[in-house]
Ligand binder design. Structure first.
Ligand code: NAP
Length: 473
């Protein structure tokens, strides 16, 4: 596919191969963008900002609704693209396409609700004759950088609200999964988005990222990805607004009064969805001692039922990891835990990009997986004596995106709500629960700011105060 700069689809060499992670077959190629392409894209976005900020809201709404309809019309093509360039199974990919349609439709709805309020200037002596209000105006040129694991919907989470709010965008999608993003850009262009408002440059983050994030014409960076790249970007960004959606190693607490089967089913799904390459994937499960053995047995049994294989096979439950390098890293982390006396309950093997769904117990604090983000199909089970111990262990890491608790006791649930240091807490669901309209983001190293369309729109627009002095002289 080609990249999109100033309304033109640009093809150039050298190219980057996009490969299916299952068998390394070539899916397509995209241009390897350069700093010069970034310059052109930002230049175009500066024009695009002037165009979009003057578009009446009803026109933005129409474009967004038509984009959502285009994705709906080409549903299966989008799903196959996600499942071919990335790790998700075709069934997981279809769910992502549905979410993308919802994300873009929500952006259209929220575009109508970008409102301000009147300001009580007469609350201060001397201002009795002043009246006014604030309204929200677009922030300008936004640089959007996205990861591989939700290659369509996480792009929609940037483009939908940015366009709804009257901004222009330069998007740099993940190098391994650029096709879903380019197809979404195509959907926008076919739905009447004027040239320049959206630009997409494909290429390596380590090569062209700096040119994009340090450009002073960019007013905001919205980044989703790992902590390492996030920190690197903050160092280079200079004076601009930054939204960061980063990683986590989400904790779930299961108390003895919980519905055990529900907790098991929900945690197995939450741990292995998208091969565990999921920022809110379940990684650490703290189970009260009385039910620990029953939970462990049921959890391992359910994990062993997961069918691993080719993403496009309708019966596959879990596909390959995104690259062999990533699969090898995960294998090393499993070995690290086992070498430090963790017990391997099931899984643990790797073949190429396929890593078996893996369950560990007795993981010591020195093992990487105890505190860092594995971002792979591996989960650790821990017995706890009490809710307090669960909360303390859940909070001991430097992440805090989602947390979860399974209990029927309202007081205990409320204690977890108060005490867990996270951006979202699920009661009787795993950490992997999310809808696209809710505020989404984390504390500590899990991020800065919130996404979820209405909340992204707050980040992507700014208040402008208007004050009339009605004194006659
Ligand atoms: P990543 O390696 O951090 O890459 C994310 C994006 O940043 C890619 O487009 C990458 O480009 C680009 N990038 C890398 N280094 C850069 C730099 N120095 N300057 C500018 N851009 C740079 O993350 P990933 O492996 O794709 O995704 C996994 C991570 O994302 C996990 O930590 C996961 O938890 C997190 N994540 C968070 C959320 C959330 O909403 N909180 C959602 C999904 C994923 P290249 O592809 O060219 O390297």
């Amino acid at each position: 596919m080609k990249m999109l700069i100033a309304g033109n689809w640009i093809d150039k060499s050298p190219k980057i191969d996009v490969r299916n992670p299952f068998d390394n077959s070539l899916v397509d190629t995209v241009p390897r963008g350069t700093d010069e392409d970034i310059q052109k894209a930002v230049e175009s976005a500066v024009k695009g900002y002037q165009i979009n900020k003057h578009l009446p809201v009803h026109k933005r709404v129409t474009i967004l609704n038509e984009t959502a309809a285009y994705v709906q019309k080409n549903f299966e093509d989008f799903a196959r693209t996600i499942a071919t360039e990335g790790s998700k199974t075709i069934r997981e990919a279809r769910k992502e396409v549905s979410r993308c349609i919802n994300t873009i439709s929500l952006s259209a709805e929220e575009a109508r609700r970008i409102v301000g309020e009147t300001i009580p200037f007469d609350s201060v002596p001397g201002s009795e004759n002043r009246v006014g209000y604030y309204y929200r105006f677009p922030i300008g040129v936004i640089a959007a950088i996205t990861p591989f694991n939700d290659p369509l919907n996480l792009v929609a989470h940037k483009l939908g609200p940015a366009i709804a709010g009257g901004n222009a965008v330069v998007l740099k999608p993940a190098t391994v999964t650029p096709l879903s993003a380019l197809k979404l850009a195509e959907a926008f262009m076919k739905s009447g988005l004027p040239d320049h408002i959206l630009n997409v440059v494909t290429g390596s983050g380590s090569e062209i990222g700096e040119a994009l994030v340090s450009d002073p014409r960019v007013r905001m960076i919205t980044f989703t990805g790992g902590v390492e790249a996030g920190l690197e970007i903050t160092k280079k960004a200079g004076l601009k607004k930054i939204g960061m959606e980063l990683g986590s190693n989400s904790p779930v607490i299961v108390l003895e009064d919980a519905n055990l089967q529900k907790a098991v089913d929900s945690c197995v799904s939450g741990a292995f969805w998208a091969v565990g390459q999921n920022c809110i994937g379940v990684q650490r499960i703290y189970i009260q001692e009385k039910i620990y053995n029953a939970f462990e047995t049921a959890f391992v049994r359910k994990t062993r039922q997961i069918k691993v294989g080719y993403q496009l096979d309708e019966t596959t439950d879990m596909g390959p990891m995104i690259t062999e390098t990533e699969a090898k890293r995960v294998e090393t982390w499993i070995r690290d835990a086992v070498d430090k006396n963790a017990k391997l309950l099931t899984g643990g093997h790797r073949k190429g990009t396929i890593v078996e769904p893996t369950v560990l117990a007795d993981v010591p604090p020195e093992a990487k997986i105890d505190s860092q983000e594995i971002f792979g199909p591996v989960v650790a089970l821990y017995p706890i004596k009490s809710l307090d111990e669960g909360i303390e262990k859940a909070n001991k890491v430097n992440y805090g995106l989602h947390g979860a608790i399974f209990t029927r006791d309202l007081n205990k649930a409320h204690k977890a709500i108060r005490e867990l240091d996270v951006g979202g807490i699920m009661i009787n669901d795993s950490t992997d629960y999310r809808i696209d309209a809710m505020p989404f983001g984390g504390v500590k190293h899990s991020g800065l700011g919130r996404e979820g369309i209405k909340f992204s729109l707050m980040e992507m627009t700014e208040p402008k105060v208007v004050c009339f002095n009605l004194d006659e002289n």
